[in-house]
Design a protein around this ligand. Structure first.
Ligand SMILES: Nc1ncnc2c1ncn2[C@@H]1O[C@H](COP(=O)(O)OP(=O)(O)O)[C@@H](O)[C@H]1O
Ligand SMILES: Nc1ccn([C@H]2C[C@H](O)[C@@H](COP(=O)(O)O)O2)c(=O)n1
Length: 272
């Protein structure tokens, strides 16, 4: 049985490098785990890292982000690779999004996106940044989604569909631009699980997460379009790493087979 997999060529995002002149207090506070990459750094440093804060040792570890629509199978994919000793897996911090000091911003966002979209997305941005910056234990890290898809897919979707006021979008965008200009967020490979929105709708209903019962097919279609614009057509936002596209509409057994077939390509990210 032939399985089609595409490796799309690299086109690294180059966020504006920023030379830190002040903030000495913050730099001292970060001194334990972070260093400031010299603004003139060239060889041996990640592209785009100059002038940014970088977690110590992070430039020697590979980071792979698994991207895809809601219920496309990302967690299942991560579960599969979590059995490999050289890979550590980080799922999305969804339990935090469902319970921050007793509040459920995920549920609130689905109930009233105009009011609560910024609340959820601000928290998603913070918790995803925390995921990106947490110390890597294994040679390879696979993480579910990224701070990039949080902004380029979910914030963008809320705004474009008229479910986020312009001022909320502007504030989130300012935060995102500051973070990516000043902090190095290394990504070596994006694994894109490419599904049809219909497949995701079926899997979503099967998973039956309480907050997501209100999600219509049209919502998944919008998310799908934004992913395709970003990672396939490349007409929207910078892509921070090479993209490995894995068609993911197949049944579980065939998906696991595809993951095995792609193991070498995925692990090759650690040699980049
Ligand atoms: N290839 C597949 N075929 C059928 N069902 C799947 C497949 N992969 C995952 N599922 C099921 O679909 C639902 C969503 O999968 P999940 O891995 O949680 O997606 P995501 O993390 O992308 O939201 C789960 O109930 C899961 O068991
Ligand atoms: N920036 C984000 C990220 C995720 N969500 C929502 C979408 C889903 O309801 C849920 C988790 O998604 P999954 O891992 O199942 O694909 O969180 C969001 O609204 N904004």
């Amino acid at each position: 049985m032939s399985v089609c997999v595409t490796l799309v060529s690299a086109r690294r995002a180059v966020a504006p490098a920023c030379l830190w002149t002040g903030w000495s207090g913050w730099r001292k506070a970060c001194a334990g785990g972070f260093r400031l990459v010299p603004s003139r750094a060239r060889s041996g440093t990640r592209p785009g890292a100059a002038g940014k804060l970088l977690r110590d040792g992070e430039d020697r570890k590979a980071v792979i982000c698994v991207e895809g629509n809601i219920a496309s199978g990302k967690t299942t994919c991560l579960e599969y690779f979590s059995k490999t000793s050289s890979i550590e897996v980080l799922t999305e911090p969804i339990s935090k999004w469902r319970d921050v000091r007793g509040h459920n911003p995920l549920a609130l966002m689905y109930q009233d996106p105009l009011r609560w979209g910024i609340t959820l997305q601000t928290y998603v941005q913070l918790t995803m940044l925390d995921r990106h910056l947490s110390a890597v234990a294994a040679p390879v890290r696979m993480m579910e989604r990224s701070i990039f898809s949080a902004k380029y897919i979910f914030v963008e979707n809320l705004f474009r569909s008229g479910k986020m006021p312009e001022v909320d979008y502007a504030v989130l965008s300012e935060w995102f631009d500051w973070i990516t200009a000043n902090i190095c967020i290394p990504v070596d490979l994006i694994v894109y699980l490419q599904t049809s929105p219909q497949t995701c709708h079926e899997r979503l209903k099967q998973r039956c997460r309480e907050e997501e019962k209100v999600i219509p097919l049209e919502y998944l279609e919008s998310i799908h379009q934004l992913y395709e614009e970003w990672l396939i057509r490349r007409t929207s936002w910078p892509v921070p790493a090479p993209v490995l596209v894995i068609p993911a509409d197949h049944n579980l057994q065939r998906m696991l087979h595809q993951y095995e077939e792609n193991r070498a390509k995925i692990l090759a990210a650690s040699c980049l």
